[in-house]
Write a protein that binds this ligand. Structure first.
Ligand SMILES: Nc1ncnc2c1ncn2[C@@H]1O[C@H](COP(=O)(O)OP(=O)(O)OP(=O)(O)O)[C@@H](O)[C@H]1O
Ligand SMILES: [Mg+2]
Length: 365
């Protein structure tokens, strides 16, 4: 695959103290679906706006294809942006709203009509061509906004939180639709979201941002299974952290003392004996052990909270030294209240060695 966008050491300093984006280098392949993920204020929109030409970098180079577009205005780039507040014109029909996207192109009427039809067909709403925005649902309006961007046939589509205005159910449905649309039209998508599930569901690659920088990037599953830092482990999925000390760290296996227990792990970093580390555990990988059941690593504690969330239970457990970890269990077919874990009950938790994250140093994300 060829690179379609190259960001080279891009920074945006709004003022000497307000740094929106800090020295980001990123390559996006032609046809890829890349998501910028991170908490509010980490620089996602700033980065996207610089790619679109709506913001000028204070340093660095942006290439589209092999062209340097760093200082080009938006209309000179073969890039199109779908904004969060996808305002449609209420006095225009759906067809006119979509055709508006072609206004700057000076095309003849027939070409406009064909391209509007193609774009609306792609988002499955051609039958609404003569209706007005207020006759459509929120999800349908979102699709019209997409059609308005696609109709220009950009090489790259930039989407800033495109689904944030929709309710949870519709949002889930649109995530899949947008993913299918991407597969169908084959152009490059760069999307911004602060919703980790959305990023995992939709993207070929996720770029996790932290304070204007890239914390880690990779395929969804690689990020989930191999977070490089506690920040990433905490932002993608849920992780509980325990402070630990390395007892022995030879040959890819380490023994670590946590909460008064010795556990083993396969750390992805070199660890010296005696080093301070932070151990990360995903609730869904921590198992409530039945009587007589054993695991590679076992931790003992007392249940402090049981939260029911439909699909299963999240159980908070206080370990001997007072530190807390969470364990998720799926519920059996028939829920029997007498066998539900009870607050105050002693429990043993099991974790497989390969499911333990180890990070350097003492971290409290
Ligand atoms: N026009 C601006 N002038 C000054 N500072 C700005 C401007 N736009 C953004 N910032 C600052 O730059 C940083 C990054 O903002 P940005 O909008 O890129 O964040 P974001 O990741 O998109 O956040 P959100 O999820 O809340 O949309 C923030 O600290 C923000 O306050
Ligand atoms: Mg934003």
């Amino acid at each position: 695959m060829a690179a379609i966008i190259e960001l080279e050491n891009i920074s945006k300093h709004y003022s000497p103290t307000i740094i929106g984006v800090d020295n980001v280098s990123l390559t996006v392949e032609d046809g890829e679906f890349v998501t910028l993920l991170g908490p509010s204020g980490c620089g996602k929109s700033t980065l996207l706006r610089m790619i679109g030409g709506f913001e000028e970098p204070t340093a660095g180079v942006i290439r589209l294809g092999d062209q340097d577009v760093t200082l080009d205005p938006p209309y000179k780039r073969e890039v199109n942006m779908v904004f969060q507040d996808y305002a449609l014109f209420p006095h225009m029909t759906i067809g006119e709203n979509v055709a508006y996207g072609l206004k700057t192109f000076k095309l003849d009427k027939n070409t406009v009509r064909t391209r509007v039809k193609d774009a609306l067909t792609l988002v499955g709403l051609y039958e609404k061509v003569n209706q007005r925005p207020q006759q459509l649902s929120g999800g349908q309006r979102q699709r019209i906004a997409l059609a308005r961007a696609i109709v220009r046939r950009p090489k790259v589509l930039l989407l800033d939180e495109p689904l944030s205005a929709l309710d949870a159910k519709l949002r889930e449905q649109m995530q899949i639709e947008l993913k299918h649309l991407h597969e169908k039209i084959g152009i490059t998508f760069i999307m911004v979201t602060h919703d980790q599930t959305e990023a995992l569901v939709m993207s070929d690659r996720v770029v996790v941002m932290e304070k204007g920088r890239i914390a880690q990037q990779g395929r969804p599953q690689d990020l989930y299974d191999h977070p490089a830092t506690p920040y990433v482990a905490n932002f993608i999925g849920t992780t509980t952290f325990l402070p630990g000390t390395v007892a022995d760290g030879a040959d890819g296996v380490a023994t670590i003392d946590v909460a008064g227990t010795r556990i083993s792990a396969h750390p992805e970093i070199e660890l010296a004996k005696g080093a301070t580390v932070t151990v990360g555990l995903r609730p869904e990988k921590v198992k409530l052990l039945a009587e007589g059941e054993t695991a590679e690593n076992e931790l003992e504690g007392k249940i402090t909270e049981v939260i029911y969330y439909g699909l299963g239970l999240r159980i908070s457990v206080a370990l001997a030294d007072g530190s807390k970890i969470d364990a998720d269990t799926l519920l059996p077919d028939k829920l029997s209240h007498s066998t539900l874990p009870q607050v105050g009950a002693p429990v043993r938790l099991g974790v497989a060695t390969h499911n333990i994250f180890v990070f350097e140093g003492k971290v409290t994300p």
